[in-house]
Design a binder for this molecule. Structure first.
Ligand code: ADP
Ligand code: MG
Length: 360
């Protein structure tokens, strides 16, 4: 489920708006998605050669460049990479939630149907019951002037065809499932802690019982203790319900702890993909290695004293270096990396990596 754009109204006008929505309900209810996960090998999501470019001409920003990804039904995939590498753009592209200035090519197959070419009515059904997004930044994603109970109830009313009483009841139930007591349903977002706001976002994502949840940096703004609680909550909810999860973070350790598989993104491309533990413990791509060494590790005091990090900044997507985009920062680059870009190739242990040093 994808919440609609933030709309502001005064509290007195609320009842009138609800009445108008109730009249529209019959017309606005989307067709059922009906996804059954019928594709080969239980694949729920298959992204093929996805490219997203913001703008045109010399100012064009190629934010996502030829990405291939698969996610099986009930599986969890982590997507890691530094800020600006294209993670949110990729997440939003999966449900065509990008601004008009973005040009998309490639295919995004959700249960075998291409989201990028499907008609509007079908897209609404997919956004309602196929996949939900937990947007980056709960404070901005929630509407500041609506009570959280109403915000969780709204999509159930508008898209789900529920009566006002049933939607309110279900919203309170969902909020309770994510650990918010019934008394908090009448709170406004600013009255909640960061962790509680993130719980509201998760309740909204669960509202339509989706097959896939895309969670964009769900714990980034939270302190470490709350971060762990939210991660366990997401993990428990998706496992219980058999929901597939695409979780995005700049923190490889968080993803390795939560996901079955990990994909590492650099400058709009996936540079490594494989079983989460294998990628985290011994990445095949030098960028994956740098990312995993950037954070202190539990049980490794040396890493706490001197997390190594990576020198230099990620490239500006509008002015990418020739060859492998990582070569100017790569500690093991060869001369040819300045002009040859590498495709993803088999790198052992069920993983792929895009590096000249990797031999299949
Ligand atoms: P991440 O989520 O990994 O931090 P984003 O997907 O937000 O990365 O951004 C990838 C690149 O696309 C960045 O260079 C960013 O500046 C650019 N970008 C993101 N959104 C827009 C937009 N709406 N218009 C133009 N450029 C954008
Ligand atoms: Mg982002």
């Amino acid at each position: 489920m994808v919440p609609g754009p933030a709309r502001h109204r005064d509290r007195a006008g609320g009842a009138r708006v609800h009445a108008v929505r109730a009249r529209r309900r019959v017309r606005t209810q989307p067709e059922s998605w009906g996804g059954q996960v019928t594709t080969a090998a239980g694949r729920l999501l298959r992204v093929e050669d996805l490219t997203v470019t913001y703008g045109e001409g010399p100012d064009a920003v190629p934010a996502v460049r030829g990405v291939d990804l698969t996610l099986d039904a009930g599986a969890t995939l982590g997507l890691a990479g530094e800020s600006g590498c294209g993670k949110s753009t990729l997440a939003l592209a999966l449900l065509r939630l990008l601004p008009r200035a973005a040009t998309l090519t490639g295919r995004v197959l959700l249960d075998g149907e291409d989201v990028l070419t499907m008609r509007w009515g079908r897209l609404r059904a997919v956004r309602w019951a196929g996949a939900s997004v937990v947007f980056q930044g709960a404070m901005h994603a929630l509407n500041a002037v609506h009570r959280i109970g109403d915000q969780v109830a709204e999509p159930l009313l508008v898209h789900g065809g529920a009566t006002a009483a049933a939607a309110r009841h279900r919203a309170a139930d969902l909020l309770e499932q994510v650990g918010l007591p019934a008394a908090r349903t009448s709170a406004y977002p600013h009255e909640l802690s960061g962790g509680q706001r993130q719980r509201v976002m998760i309740a909204m994502a669960l509202a339509c019982e989706p097959h896939l949840i895309v969670a964009d940096e769900p714990t980034t703004a939270l302190d470490v203790m709350i971060q762990a609680q939210i991660l366990r909550l997401i993990e428990g909810l998706v496992a219980e319900r058999g929901i597939s999860l695409l979780m995005i973070s700049h923190d490889l350790a968080v993803l390795a702890d939560t996901c079955d598989r990990l994909a590492v993104m650099y400058a709009g491309r996936i540079v490594e993909e494989g079983p989460a533990r294998a990628v985290y413990d011994a990445a095949a791509h030098p960028y994956g290695r740098a990312l995993s060494e950037a954070f202190p590790r539990v049980g490794d005091p040396a890493s706490r004293l001197a997390p190594r990090g990576l020198p230099g900044d990620p490239p500006d997507p509008a002015a990418l270096p020739a060859g492998c985009a990582f070569h100017p920062r790569c500690p093991v680059a060869l001369d040819r990396c300045a002009h040859d870009d590498q495709p993803l190739r088999a790198a052992g242990e069920g993983r792929t990596a895009a590096c000249v040093r990797v031999e299949g």
